[in-house]
Every structure is written in structure tokens, then in C-alpha cells.
Design a protein around this ligand. Structure first.
Ligand SMILES: Cc1cc2nc3c(=O)[nH]c(=O)nc-3n(C[C@H](O)[C@H](O)[C@H](O)COP(=O)(O)OP(=O)(O)OC[C@H]3O[C@@H](n4cnc5c(N)ncnc54)[C@H](O)[C@@H]3O)c2cc1C
Length: 382
């Protein structure tokens, strides 16, 4: 029976990053996933992800983001891959909504540069973007986009280069806690380790059901629209964007391929009782309604984009009750450390979460300020 210091179960965004940081620190580590690195069956696919520093969701994320920016840049240097494009992020919403006040709070609290633009300034700088009257606009120029599949592969491959073993093609199953760690079945092989890092994305709700935290899986559709005018490509200076509108919160990322500009609704989404199957008719494709909503958003706010759909995809969010991440040690099984419930905004943090997981696993604690993401906020009796 093979024995490791640590096994990482799930090599999507968070697991590949954890594997990398564990291997870089010299741990004898095994990473397990049923699918290849950078696959499109979970939550980490679809070309691009937004990264931004002025974090309207909660200002406590900002120190983690500063470290994430640093680590993304180190990963680019180490892997030779270009993962980050600083295209800026345009954020639009009512002055009394969730996004604009949250942005202003985070920027003020942490002294972050954030530009307020008038509608006329937006029209001049970004001619493809309309702003509803009465809405405020903030531009974070240092924000940008990340290459999602390339980033997962870079973490996985660099982990391997630092000595990690990867076992792809098998679900890990039959988890058992032993006197000195954990035991798992991977394919037809039993493997053991002192610690287990569980980073199973939308598969985590079933694996962590005993925590008693209701993690909910949401089905999310994205559409790519091939622009009819030249204002929507990364190389034409288009920003990523986030709009809070009366019909929901929508976001988009500039075109990085012939697929076009990616647009999706951040709000809403059908609740799933289990992760979508990887392919076939049961996975299906975005429904007409799921596709119509981002297209209607584009027709209202991106006047030169058009409606020629170049690609479509399904993905999943794993939501916690308060939409903040869940990262902790299991309360009764000490060898188990988990990171789950990234609630549709986790990707940008992947390297700092990976670093924190490696520290929790190897040092028993972490320098990263993740206390606000712990389990006790759901289990504390009031
Ligand atoms: C459409 C969409 C857009 C998004 N946009 C943004 C954005 O712009 N910015 C941002 O920061 N975040 C964004 N997010 C959120 C972000 O992508 C996710 O929070 C993040 O990718 C989650 O990573 P994960 O590692 O938790 O899950 P995943 O990447 O899904 O990884 C889980 C892994 O576990 C594996 N696994 C499952 N079961 C087992 C098992 N039994 N044994 C072994 N392996 C197993 C799976 O195969 C999978 O590889 C978006 C998400 C979606 C869906």
C-alpha cells in the first residue's frame, strides 16, 4: 500500500494549487482526479475568469487578493505561461445597490485606486458599453482576467515538476480515517496518507455532508457572442465588466478567441441535487431561457455586440449560505482539511487558497487571514 504525507482529492482550481504548494514545500503528495487537468466538467473551465482587488463582496478578501496577485505572477514566471491580462474591470450599478457601495467600502478601507466615470466618459473610453441613466460606474484599471484552464494545468504540471504524483482517471472513494491518517481507494489501489486535502468543487457537498452546512450546487450557463463591432476584444482594449441591473447581475469578459465575448448571469441559476454529468444528453446544454437572458442583457447594454452565439457552456457554482468560502479542518476528523463553497467567485484566489491549504496541512495553521472563512460561523450556537 503506497503511503504519502498528503493526498489532494480533486485537482480543479483549488486542488491543483494546493498540490503545487505542498509539492514545492517538499511534501510527498498524491493528487487524484477522475478527469484530465483543465477539464470542463466541474467549475474551472470556459477560457477566462475575472480577477479584481477592490472586492465588493467583503473587504476582508483584499489581503488574500494581494497575495493571490503575487502568486499568479510567480506561477507565470515559473511555468512560462501567460495567465493574467490586465484589461481593467468596469462595474456598473445603482448608488444604493450591492456592488457600488461595496466597491467604495473596499477601496476606501484598503486605499485602492478606483476611478469613478461618468456615462460620457464611459462612452468615450469604451464605445461598446452603455450605462443606464442613474447608474454609477467604477473602473478598476489594475483588475483583469485569468486564463482558467491554463492556470489549472500550470499548477498541476509545476506540482509534478516539484515531485507530486498525479493519479488522473479515477474518482477517489471509500475514505476511511485510520489511527495515523486516512485511507482511500483510487481505481483498484488503496492509498494512505497522514492528511487529506479535500477540494472537490461541486462534488464537495456530498463528501462534506456531515458538516451540516447546506452547500447548494447551482447550474450556470455562459454564452460567447461574436462581436459585430470591434469594441469587445481583449486586444481592442475591452474591459471585463459586472453590471447590477433590475433584471439580475451580469458579467462579461473580453473576447480572447474566435468564440467571442463571454457573457453570463451571476445571479439566479437552477439548484441541482448532484453535479452535472460530464457529458452526454444528461448534461445537455444551456436552455433557450438560459441563453436568452445574457443575450437580452447584451442587447440592452452592449449595443454593437450583436447576438451571433459563437459558443455556449454549462458550469456549476457551489454556494454556502452566506456566499463566502468554507475553508477549515474537519471538526472530528483532524487529518481532513477542506476548501469548498466558493460561491461563484473563488477562482481568482486559487493560488493563495492553495498556499493556505499547504500551510494548514504541513504547519497546523496558516499565515493567510482566512479566519473569516471558517466553519465556526455556521456551527456557533447563538
Ligand atoms: C461560469 C462560471 C464563471 C465563474 N467566474 C468567475 C470569475 O470570473 N472569477 C472568479 O474568481 N471565480 C469565478 N467562478 C468561480 C470559480 O471558477 C470557482 O469558485 C472555482 O473554479 C472552484 O474551484 P474548485 O477547485 O472548488 O472546483 P473544481 O474546479 O470543480 O474542482 C473540483 C475537482 O474535484 C474533482 N473531483 C470530484 N470528485 C472527486 C473524487 N471523488 N475524487 C477525486 N477528484 C474528484 C473534479 O473532477 C474536479 O476536478 C466562476 C464559476 C463558474 C461556474
Amino acid at each position: 500500500m503506497k503511503r504519502y504525507d498528503v493526498i489532494v482529492l480533486g485537482l480543479g482550481a483549488m486542488g491543483s494549487a494546493a498540490l503545487f504548494h505542498l509539492a514545492k514545500r517538499g511534501a510527498r503528495v498524491l493528487g487524484v482526479d477522475p478527469y484530465p487537468l483543465g477539464h470542463d466538467h466541474g467549475s474551472s473551465h470556459g477560457e477566462t475568469r475575472v480577477i479584481r482587488l477592490a472586492y465588493f463582496e467583503h473587504e476582508s478578501y483584499v489581503p488574500l487578493l494581494r497575495r493571490a496577485y503575487q502568486l499568479w505572477s510567480e506561477l507565470e514566471a515559473e511555468s512560462g505561461a501567460t495567465l493574467y491580462h490586465p484589461c481593467g474591470v468596469l462595474q456598473v450599478g445603482p448608488a444604493d445597490g450591492e456592488i457600488i457601495p461595496g466597491l467604495d467600502r473596499a477601496a476606501q478601507h484598503h486605499g485602492l485606486p478606483l476611478l469613478s466615470l461618468s456615462r460620457a466618459e464611459v462612452a468615450r473610453r469604451f464605445p461598446g458599453f452603455g450605462v443606464p441613466s442613474g447608474h454609477e460606474v467604477r473602473l478598476e484599471e489594475q483588475a483583469g482576467i485569468l486564463r482558467v484552464e491554463a492556470a489549472v494545468r500550470a499548477h498541476g504540471q509545476r506540482a509534478e515538476a516539484h515531485g507530486a504524483e498525479l493519479r488522473l482517471g479515477h474518482f477517489a472513494s471509500q475514505l476511511a480515517f485510520t489511527d495515523d491518517g486516512v485511507r482511500l481507494l483510487v481505481g483498484d489501489e488503496v492509498v494512505q496518507a497522514q492528511r487529506l486535502v479535500l477540494t472537490a468543487g461541486p462534488w464537495a457537498p456530498a463528501l462534506l455532508a456531515d458538516l451540516g452546512v447546506p452547500l447548494q450546487i447551482l447550474r450556470k450557463a455562459s454564452v460567447w457572442v461574436q462581436p459585430q463591432q470591434p469594441h469587445y476584444g481583449l486586444h481592442q482594449g475591452a474591459p471585463a465588466f459586472l453590471y447590477e441591473t433590475p433584471d439580475g447581475v451580469y458579467y462579461g469578459l473580453p473576447a480572447v478567441s474566435e468564440r467571442g465575448m463571454k457573457i453570463a448571469e451571476h445571479s439566479g441559476g437552477a439548484v441541482l441535487t448532484a453535479p452535472l454529468p460530464p457529458s452526454g444528453p444528461e448534461r445537455g446544454a444551456p436552455t433557450a431561457e438560459e441563453e436568452a437572458r445574457p443575450l437580452a442583457f447584451a442587447a440592452r447594454h452592449l449595443p454593437g455586440l450583436g447576438d451571433r452565439v459563437g459558443h455556449r457552456a454549462l458550469c456549476m457554482y457551489t454556494m454556502t449560505p452566506d456566499q463566502h468560502f468554507l475553508i477549515d479542518r474537519h471538526p472530528t476528523h483532524a487529518p481532513l482539511i477542506f476548501a469548498a463553497g466558493f460561491s461563484g467567485h473563488g477562482f481568482k484566489f486559487a493560488p493563495v487558497i492553495g498556499e493556505a491549504l499547504a500551510e494548514l496541512t504541513l504547519d497546523g495553521g496558516t499565515r493567510q487571514p482566512i479566519g473569516f472563512l471558517g466553519l465556526s460561523r455556521f456551527t456557533r450556537s447563538t
